[in-house]
Design a protein around this ligand. Structure first.
Ligand SMILES: Cc1cc2nc3c(=O)[nH]c(=O)nc-3n(C[C@H](O)[C@H](O)[C@H](O)COP(=O)(O)O)c2cc1C
Length: 169
């Protein structure tokens, strides 16, 4: 991806807990016809599964982004530089179904094959989908999560992706 350099997952120096929870990230994907979409996310994870470095993200069924992620082999998790809180808020409130929210947010997509990054990024994590599934009500051992997070029954779809590249500035 132009303007970025690759590092290994183990070389990420920033605290990913605060990066996801406090800074938020964009989940982006590209359809075969070239259309792209993105949405803000503040839940997700990183770790080791099946002997590989992985990232995990969760997408509710009503998100337009889900159509893109379902279709694509790849997704990206983008962490923007400081100063783009408004852009992240907009991408977390508006749907790509209704408007060109990427333009409205003042973001500049950088598309490299299947990967969608942004010029304004400090880090883009490229994930190749390895597993997807949907949380099931019966699976929750702490039932309070169901009542708190899923009153409408819109259980997240979970994607576990192999981290194939970590792009930083
Ligand atoms: C801070 C923040 C975090 C969010 N995290 C998630 C998330 O992890 N999963 C999810 O499905 N939606 C999440 N959302 C909601 C989506 O970003 C939002 O519904 C967005 O408008 C979906 O856009 P789309 O319809 O173009 O996909 C979050 C929103 C905000 C503001």
């Amino acid at each position: 991806m132009k303007g970025f350099r690759s590092i290994l997952p183990g070389e990420i120096r920033e605290n990913l807990f605060s990066a996801v929870k406090d800074d938020w990230m964009l989940i982006s994907a590209r359809k075969a016809d070239g259309r792209i979409n993105t949405m803000t996310a503040s839940w997700g994870g990183f770790g080791i599964m099946w002997g590989r470095a992985v990232c995990l993200c969760v997408i509710r069924p009503q998100r337009y982004t889900l159509e893109f992620v379902n279709e694509a082999e790849w997704l990206t998790l983008t962490f923007l530089k400081e100063g783009y809180r408004e852009a992240l808020t907009l991408c977390g409130r508006k749907s790509g179904r209704d408007c060109d929210k990427i333009a409205e947010a003042g973001l500049t997509p950088v598309v490299d094959g299947d990967l969608v990054g942004f010029e304004e990024a400090r880090m883009v994590i490229a994930g190749r989908k390895l597993y997807c599934g949907t949380f099931r009500e019966e699976g929750f051992l702490d039932r309070s999560i169901v009542a708190e997070q899923y009153p409408k029954g819109d259980f997240h779809r979970v994607f576990v992706c192999g981290i194939e590249d970590v792009l930083i500035r």
